[in-house]
Design a protein around this ligand. Structure first.
Ligand SMILES: C[S@@+](CC[C@H](N)C(=O)[O-])C[C@H]1O[C@@H](n2cnc3c(N)ncnc32)[C@H](O)[C@@H]1O
Length: 212
């Protein structure tokens, strides 16, 4: 399932050129996200002001799938979601992300027999494995075409009674209202929580395929 590409990282006198190269020239998703993780631009995801969002998702998994669920996370970054759910609350965890830099860190910090991480683009991910839960935590924005792939690519990866959990930022740039409308045309909403902190807001929804 994994692919790997070289990442651009440089120090010393060429660092400025490297930085410009990374920001302006490396246009593939993987290069851009690797660059951002290498620069620590996503370190804030572990901060207190992101706790509420992760806690709602973790709570849903623990409450709705209490018996060693098989979990697939898409756009898992450095694996924080797996850590917040806690390995005692899942049978297996497969975290995937396009950024191999983030995946390598996730492996080093949280990887074990139960908890695997793979570098793979969500738009190309294919597997015969079936999951109790599939999580898109602040990552659904990068799935295109979103609902078509949710229905044809991801829903078939769910076990019977399997659930999709999606978190979306309510800020202007996420265009979340339109996205939710599209998603809820293809999936039934099992439950929904609005998470509001001093800095941010997110809708977290649990969904199941309409055909299930
Ligand atoms: C906003 S971050 C969210 C990270 C983490 N899920 C969280 O909630 O803190 C979005 C993540 O999606 C990943 N991503 C972006 N495009 C992707 C793609 N096409 N396939 C897989 N992952 C992707 C990025 O590398 C990044 O880790």
């Amino acid at each position: 399932m994994s692919e790997s590409v070289p990442t651009a990282k440089s120090q010393g006198p060429l660092a400025g050129i490297s930085s410009f190269f990374n920001r302006k020239i490396l246009r593939t998703d993987r290069s851009r996200w690797n660059y951002q993780y290498e620069k620590g631009l996503w370190d804030g995801l572990e901060n207190l002001d992101e706790l509420a969002r992760f806690s709602v998702l973790a709570g849903y998994v623990q409450f709705l799938k209490p018996n060693n669920p098989a979990i697939l996370e898409i756009g898992c970054g450095e694996g924080i979601m797996a850590q917040r759910i806690g390995r005692q609350h899942y049978g297996s965890y497969l975290g995937t992300d396009v950024a191999d830099t983030a995946i390598e860190r996730a492996r080093q910090r949280f990887g074990d027999e139960q908890t695997q991480f793979e570098a793979v683009d969500m738009n190309n991910l294919r597997t015969e494995q079936k999951f109790d839960v599939i999580i898109f935590n602040e990552a659904i924005y990068y799935l295109e075409p979103m609902v078509d792939k949710l229905v044809t690519q991801y829903a078939p990866m769910l076990k019977p009674d399997g659930l999709l959990i999606i978190s979306m930022n309510t800020g202007r740039h996420a265009n979340s209202e339109a996205r939710w409308k599209e998603i809820e045309a293809g999936f039934a909403t099992v439950d929904s929580t609005f998470v509001k902190t001093d800095k941010n807001g997110w809708d977290v929804k649990v969904l199941r395929p309409l055909t299930a």
